[in-house]
Ligand binder design. Sequence first.
Ligand code: C2E
Ligand code: CA
Ligand code: CA
Length: 782
Amino acid sequence: MPRHVLSRWNVGTRFAAFSLVLMLLVQAAIYVVMRANIDNKVLQQARTDLVTGEAMWQHLLSRNAKLLGQGAEAASHDFSLRSALWTGDADTQSALLAIHGAAANAAVTAVFDSQFVLQATGVERHAQGAFALELQGVAKDFGVSQAAYQLQAIDSKLYQFVLFPVTDTLWSGWILMGMPLESTLADQMLTLSGVHIAVRDSDHKILFSSLSPDSFTALSSMQRSGEVALEHATYMLKISESVETGKGLTTLVMRSMDEVAAPYDKLHRPTLLIVGISLILFAFGSVWLGQGLTVPLRMLAEAAEQFSRGNYAVNLPALQYRDEVGELSRALDHMRNSVQSQQHAIMELAYRDRLTGLPNRTQFRDLIQQSIHVNKAGSDGVHVLTVIMLNLDRFKSVNDALGYAFGDQLLKAVAGRLATQMTQGQATLARLGGDEFGILVEAQDANAAMAIAQGIAIAFEVPLKLDDQTVDLSAGMGLASWPQHALDVDMLLSRAEIAMRLAKQQITGIQIYDPALDSSSAQNLCLLSDLRQALENAELRLYLQPKLTLSDNTVVAAEALLRWQHPVRGSVPPADFIPFAEQTGFVRQLTLWIFEEVAKALPRLHADGRPLRVAINLSTRDLLDHDFPAKLEALMHRHNAAPQDFCLEITESAIMDDPLRAQATLNHLSARGFKLSIDDFGTGYSSLAYLKRLPVNELKIDKSFVMGMENDESDAKIVRSTIDLAHNLGLSVVAEGVENQAILDKLVELQCDEAQGYFMSKPIPLPDFIAWRAKHLATQAT
Ligand code: C2E
Ligand code: CA
Ligand code: CA
């Protein structure tokens, strides 16, 4: 059978079929050998029986012959018969022969002279005609053969004859005695040896047989010894032509093969029965064994399939068995457990933040997506989904300064503190990576999220104590809501992030997403291309605002500020495009532009022989730009400008975004001879430790404190302490936002070094500035 057909059967069926076929083959082989053996035995037995039968036949004939011979001998000694023979008294001869014939049981008696001429017969009828001739022939044959007896058919009847000599001085001759062979003799022989006998004459006519006359026709045509079919049965036949038995006669002995085989056949049946039963038992046995194998195997295969679909709650068969199936089952069980635990671990890795145990960004995103999906369906009322994205301030510096282990602990503590604030609506906290956390708030409106954000801001006011260290916490938080600000999860996350970045830049703490602030919004993309055009179409203007030295009332410095004269919108204030330019990175081009403008203007500003140092505002982007110092170098070289003519204003937040890199850039610039100033001082979170390390020369107190110091005592305190702090650190102090005389006076009193503000002058175009400075000099002279 081809393999592909076999492989369609299950193992159990194959096993059963194979064993059965094997069993059948073995049984058949045994049967064939046994059968051949039996047939051989039967054949041999039949042949032996035939030999025995033949001998028996000879024996019976011999016995008959002896009896006849004795009768004949008795007759030969009879004196009366002898004298009748001598006298030739035929009647007496006949009468005496009849008496002796009857005594010897011979049906035929006759006397012959020495020349074998018939003298008399016991039966009158035998003395004439054909019968007499036949007797004459028999007697003559005896004379030739001198056999003990002779068979001869007369009138289709088979006779056995014996011839006995009579020797007398007066007469010598022969006495013949014969008897017909009766079927009883054949029957006797059959009973004794089981062999049938038949005698055939030269015309193949059956003269005598133990078989029924029906078979005579067939018998008469038999030519050769061997197996023959007679009367629906098989016989082993032996044909023998023996001279002594009689002229032209053939003896056929036959043994019924069925009879010889009968005892074997008797064995045959039970054997077949045993074979049959054993085959059936074997079939059941192998099917049972096969099932015992295939049923659990099939169950195991099904279980494995279930596992592959992620269903692990399947009962495994044969777990307690000690056989191979049990082993396989246990192996599968083991595999299930380890796959399950691996899957669990993978899920944990994929969806959980390892440090805090909070959901990670992936899971957070999934959660938002699900919530959007549920609320879109709106089955239980539509909620507002707000994402609060929170980014810790200065985390990088904490990490750098106190080590990563501490940073990790800090993040855990922050996560713990944030968790306490999930009080409104349905809020989920997640760690999105690094120092960034996300909170999904599902509530009736966005106010709940705002309340959480404010709660966090308040909670962060309490410094965190960790390992004897006190860490001030602060963070930028950006809020964006579905469906107001975004319609899908990615948009929602990116808008919350934009808001968060803005919150950090503007140090507002919490910022709700506003398309106007979004550099990626369509309106702002338009603005970006406008800004590019502004640069190309010379729509930008350089404005200068003087810085007054308070000790001697001179103007030796000014701040360069950017103005955009939009052809349609008119004058665009820097607050409307600088934050956006910072987000997109375009601010770097603006910085270079203003540097270029200032460098170009320097000769005119120095024209009256009095040097002027111009302050230029740098953004985070500039500080993080590796090439910035080189670009600056090239520019200065081109315009033959000196670093001493510049002051670079940097905000605290710009430094804190990446303190190490910022510091490297600042070190570089300072080494080149640029003066460095910390802008908007007081609004950021720079630590004293940092200030001390940075190569700065100047602090610029933010205008919000300066403007407020007139009326707000705490602002005044800040201004005062900032001035003291700066002086203690060896730095000069500039106050910006001086709008009136009173403030100016106060600053003089506090020994502030420089002042800048509308009171002196608003930022004005270069020619105006030159004019203003000339005027200022003149008033100073007077
Ligand atoms: P800033 O660096 O703090 O610049 C000082 C701002 O205070 C200027 O606003 C100036 O006009 C304003 N100011 C000066 N004196 C007074 C006063 O007495 N009262 C009031 N109320 N304001 C006063 P401006 O020019 O609108 O610039 C706003 C911000 O835009 C600047 O703040 C600076 O951060 C940014 N900016 C302006 N030009 C540039 C630039 O060229 N590059 C960069 N990176 N930033 C620039
Ligand atoms: Ca400034
Ligand atoms: Ca400022």
